[in-house]
Ligand binder design. Structure first.
Ligand code: SF4
Length: 356
């Protein structure tokens, strides 16, 4: 049975009569973070009974939580069938007060959300890939991660957060549920997280990037590029054999981008693999007609990997080269490095590969 979190407001308005009740229910769920129909005071008893029977609320549990000293919180969710996936809260900016103790800036959060249990893409640098693909998450299971992170951190109903679909799984591989989630959490009667605050981070399924672009939802795009030649990229991301660099760049060029925003290209820098100046120059050429920003990420070695972390010096040189050629480039700050920071690592610790 589908969870209530899988329903758009419109669907509920069609199902529930009188339809104004749907907005009241949305309000309880997404503004007051209510997780029991019993507590919905203005909903009549018979409707509550119908809802409990046909639209279950309680679909996931937080079974593990790790808090880092920099404010990052990593969650492991368990769904109704016992499968698990992760979500991460990143504290991007802390609260700021003036000399009199008055708050002049509130906290800024980014939620990193999973869309699948496991993943089909099989990136060679990723722990999630090791467990293979288990199943897609439903829209309700994706929405619940956002909702529970807000609730668990007492984040005010009116406080907006940024969402990045870059936890476990390839979001575009679960296309319909992703699009449904984007619309549900953007609804102003619910979580009200504008689509421009939602970023789809993809390993680069070109035809789905185009399909997403055609929907013109107003979402942001981040591409895990990681290499500038197809041989290396196919080694890192085997799916590159089906969707090569050229096809990704072409798809991104067609994607409607908010004029105030840029397409983010993630580039995992690996020692002696892709950290040379020649690669930086090719990257500049590849992105020349795109309003792009490059995010450079240090490769963090894990047990069993043959890749190595680049030196600080080569990382700086790479970044400076991109900037000198007119690209915006940053080095990603490693958040939560004292906890299980990379996707798939919390599950590893719990000893659950999703196939329970
Ligand atoms: S890095 Fe992302 S796309 Fe690649 S295998 Fe891991 S979860 Fe899948």
């Amino acid at each position: 049975m589908k969870s209530i979190y899988s329903y758009s407001l419109k669907e509920l308005q069609n199902d529930i009569k009188p339809s104004f009740r749907a907005k009241q229910i949305y309000n309880w769920l997404y503004k007051k973070y209510t997780t029991s129909y019993e507590d919905m005071k203005n909903i009549p008893k018979d409707l509550k009974e119908n809802l409990s029977k046909n639209y279950p609320i309680d679909i996931s549990n937080i079974i593990k939580k790790e808090v880092s000293s920099d404010g990052t919180i990593k969650y492991l969710f368990e769904f109704q069938d016992g499968k698990t996936a992760e979500a991460v809260l990143l504290l991007m900016k802390d609260k700021k007060k003036d000399a009199n103790g008055k708050v002049i800036r509130s906290e800024q959060y980014t939620f990193c959300i999973s869309t699948q249990v496991g993943c089909k893409v099989g990136c060679s640098f990723c722990l999630t890939a090791k467990g293979g693909f288990v199943r897609d998450l439903t829209a309700g299971e994706i929405v619940a991660q956002v909702l529970y992170l807000k609730k668990d951190n007492n984040i005010d109903e009116n406080k907006s957060v940024n969402i990045v679909y870059m936890g476990m799984g390839e979001p575009l591989d679960n296309f319909d549920n992703l699009v449904k989630t984007i619309n549900i959490i953007a609804d102003s009667n619910g979580l009200d997280i504008a689509t421009r605050r939602q970023t789809i981070s993809t390993s680069g399924i070109s035809n789905k990037i185009e399909k997403l672009g055609e929907l013109n939802l107003g979402v942001q795009l981040a591409i895990s590029l990681h290499a500038v030649d197809d041989d290396l990229r196919s080694e890192l991301i085997p799916m590159n054999k089906a969707y090569n660099i050229k096809s990704i760049i072409e798809a991104v060029k067609k994607f409607p981008v908010d004029t105030r925003k840029k397409v983010m290209f993630e580039y995992l820098v690996i020692k002696d693999k892709n950290d040379d100046i020649k690669s930086a120059d090719i990257l500049v050429k590849l992105l020349k007609d795109i309003d792009a920003k490059v995010n450079l990420i240090f490769f963090n070695p894990f047990e069993g990997t043959a890749y190595e972390r680049p030196s600080n010096n080569s990382m700086m040189k790479f970044k400076d080269r991109l900037i000198s050629k007119g690209l915006i480039a940053t080095i990603r700050e490693s958040k939560g490095i004292d906890i299980s920071a990379a996707c798939g690592q919390l599950k590893e610790k719990v000893g659950n590969n999703g196939n329970t």
